[in-house]
Design a protein around this ligand. Sequence first.
Ligand code: 13P
Length: 249
Amino acid sequence: MRTQIVAGNWKMNKNLAETETLLSELAAKLPDTKAEVIVAPTFVNLASAVKALDASDIQVAAQNMHFESNGAFTGEISADMLLNIGVDTVILGHSERRSIFGEDDALLLKKVETALAKNMKVIFCFGEELEDRKTEKHFEVVASQLKNVLFGLAPEQWSKIILAYEPVWAIGTGETASPEQAQEMHAFIRKTIADAVTPTIAENVTILYGGSVKPANAKDIFSKPDVDGGLIGGASLKSDDFIAIVNAI
Ligand code: 13P
């Protein structure tokens, strides 16, 4: 049985007081669930989030990290710094990092390798742009994003990888992939990994869907056999919405 996960990517939202309020609401409302629940507040609020969730099953992830351990990299945060404050999970490859901050597959490979070398869990995001889908290149684009970063990993490293398929055209747009579109792509991802890595790894890897998941559509999307949960943006910023999505697993 694959691990089911609902993760909230808070992006650049919530100051310290707002972070503490949302976390205490989430901790109080968290239902008994078979899903792993993860939240990713901003860097400056990670340490307090770890403390606030000390007695909760909710885990804390970072939204990014640098591949070097330390040094002259102004504005960057290392894996060791995250581990030092109790954060052992990191989101890498988010489409906003790719498109706004120019992160490419070569850079992401270095980041993923560093995170895995440090024994961190990686939520690896990828997904096609609208143009790719319109021109029916979406499978090709996704296969290449996976291949360029993940297919050189050693088999045992895959236990630390969580995949998040996030079609760029569905992020923050209110337009969601239909449950059928999500299932079609998730099945393709599993088949691609089965062929390039191993069938067992393909069967066991958690694949999240991300892109305008809301309480109203979460159940239909999560009911698909190859969808193991969600990476949630906007709807993770309100405790009732996020908890409703957790309950949809
Ligand atoms: P939305 O849920 O706001 O579309 O964001 C999805 C996302 O980018 C999660 O990483």
